[in-house]
Design a protein around this ligand. Structure first.
Ligand code: URA
Length: 190
């Protein structure tokens, strides 16, 4: 018998989140679960914070203003959304786009780790402080760790600033653009 495809294993995790009613308070207020999209065989998984308004309505991560900027960053290194997998640490939109709570990040973490373990990417790129703090050990701060490859629990991480934070801040924007340029060589050696 052939083993289940990565896509069907990912579909099962999505079904588990729904059937176990993870974060019912967020679920109640959201339009839908925003699970993740992209290539289940991708070498790179991007992990953002939580869906915003557009993402909540359309069910796909990073399709608003920060998603557009992310697409430009990907294009700058010859990638597009079909070459990667993208998801968030918290998979329902927090009301009024408030920061996700620590408990919400903790509730979704096991499912995020399962997604990553199915895809087995060479590199996990955290976008912003929230996904970095969920995946990397305490004490790692984004102002020091951004653009620096981190090996933790057998996985490779590259923490980056969140595109939404960098969108209207000239110096963060430049930092994010130059951190992105490190991705191709990291992928080559990993
Ligand atoms: N910001 C995020 O962190 N994730 C999204 O999906 C959209 C905006």
């Amino acid at each position: 018998m052939s083993s289940p495809s990565k896509q069907s294993m990912l579909d099962q995790i999505k079904a588990d989140i729904l059937s176990k009613n993870v974060c019912p308070d967020l679920a109640k207020q959201a339009t839908q679960l925003v699970f993740g999209v992209g290539d289940p065989n991708a070498e790179i998984v991007f992990v953002g914070e939580a869906p915003g308004k557009r993402e909540d309505l359309q069910g796909e991560p990073f399709i608003g203003a920060s998603g557009k900027f992310l697409n430009e960053l990907l294009a700058s290194i010859g990638l597009n959304r079909q070459n990667i997998y993208i998801t968030n640490i918290v998979k329902y939109r927090p009301p009024n786009n408030r920061d996700p709570k620590a408990s919400e990040k903790a509730d979704f973490l096991p499912y995020l780790l399962k997604q990553i373990d199915i895809i087995k990417p060479k590199l996990i790129i955290t976008l912003g402080r929230h996904s970095m703090e969920a995946l990397l050990p305490p004490g790692v701060t984004i102002s020091l760790a951004h653009g620096q490859l981190q090996e933790y629990q057998g996985r490779n991480y590259l923490p980056l600033y969140h595109p939404a934070a960098a969108l209207y801040n000239g110096s963060l924007r430049q930092t994010l653009i130059s951190d992105f340029q490190k991705i191709p060589s990291i992928i080559k050696i990993k």
